[in-house]
Design a protein around this ligand. Structure first.
Ligand SMILES: Nc1ncnc2c1ncn2[C@@H]1O[C@H](COP(=O)(O)OP(=O)(O)OP(=O)(O)O)[C@@H](O)[C@H]1O
Length: 284
């Protein structure tokens, strides 16, 4: 599997005599995967994410890989001397998009997160929630290979929060690596391929069975396929459960945020799966 980025025995301390915040950290971010980072307040999660985004350099050890990276910081500098559309176009151009391509992507992503109405308002005049929409929209403009999200959902309204979950699912489905921190354990619960816990200066990968099971709504999709057909990998890795019904029907439960990606994978399969029904189930 391709690795977007890898940390090899990485340590970080602030100042030559400061305490070690992180030490001897090994962590892989494979392409096309979702990674969750957890830990109590002040344990070093943001420090780890800045190292992964290469915005900060380790005090020891190595960071390997140079994916095209986008980052949503815990605190977005809202008072930038741009309008949202100007800011996103500027970032798109830095990442090599043409002027027209950057303009189109900027408009689409702002619209998607509900920021289209204030795309031309100076950023210094936006509310906290509005500038957070710009903060997340900017991260998707150039389809990054690595997306680093530090509490990116905080301050967004319900619609934008759902949209961000969908956009994350699409990014990993397209082969990007996504790593995120969020204080809400239900955020993308069950969807992460790996969960790491930052604690006592170390980073420990959690065993799969320890991972949090989603208690949010799930979409239950019933499909019928060709005899002996295997469900697409993209579907299996996002499924919370897969059951078999009568006459070759499979019943797949996925977190609602991943249902669009799962349905697309089922319909794009060769031969495609026939979708018999989709319904939403509340908390599991
Ligand atoms: N630029 C800096 N200079 C000095 N110390 C820092 C710096 N950034 C972080 N620290 C210290 O490193 C430790 C870890 O901070 P960090 O922000 O990475 O933790 P966190 O787990 O993200 O915290 P929170 O959950 O509160 O956001 C803290 O003790 C913090 O004070």
């Amino acid at each position: 599997m391709d690795h977007a980025l890898r940390l090899d025995r990485v340590g970080r301390r602030y100042g030559a005599r400061g305490p070690w915040i992180l030490r001897d950290v090994g962590l892989d971010l494979p392409a096309g995967t979702l990674t969750r980072v957890e830990g109590a307040n002040g344990t070093g999660k943001s420090t780890l994410l800045r190292l992964l985004a290469r915005l900060d350099a380790p005090s020891e050890g190595r960071v390997e890989g140079r994916p095209r990276t986008a980052y949503v910081p815990e605190r977005f500098p809202a008072a930038l001397p741009f309008t949202p559309v100007g800011y996103l176009c500027h970032l798109g151009a830095i990442h090599g998009l043409s002027r027209a391509g950057a303009g189109k992507a900027a408009g689409e992503w702002l619209e998607r997160f509900g920021a289209g109405g204030f795309a031309r308002t100076p950023m210094g005049r936006l509310s906290k929630g509005s500038s957070q929409k710009v903060a997340v929209a900017q991260a998707f403009v150039a389809a990054p290979d690595l997306l680093v999200l530090d509490e990116a959902w905080t301050g967004l309204d319900t619609e934008a929060r759902g949209e961000l979950e969908r956009a994350v699912a699409e990014r990993t489905a397209a082969g990007g690596a996504v790593v995120f921190v969020d204080h809400d354990p239900r955020r993308l619960a069950g969807a992460a391929d790996a969960v790491y816990e930052v604690r006592d200066g170390g980073v420990r990968r959690r065993a799969r069975e320890e991972a949090v099971v989603p208690d949010g709504p799930c979409a239950v999709v019933e499909v019928r396929g060709a005899v002996g057909a295997e469900l697409p990998r993209e579907v299996l890795r996002r499924a919370v459960s897969v059951g078999s019904g009568e006459a070759g029907v499979r019943r797949i439960a996925v977190p609602v945020s991943h249902s669009d990606v799962v349905l697309r994978a089922l319909l794009d399969a060769r031969p495609p799966w026939h979708v018999e029904s989709v319904r939403t189930e509340e908390g599991r």
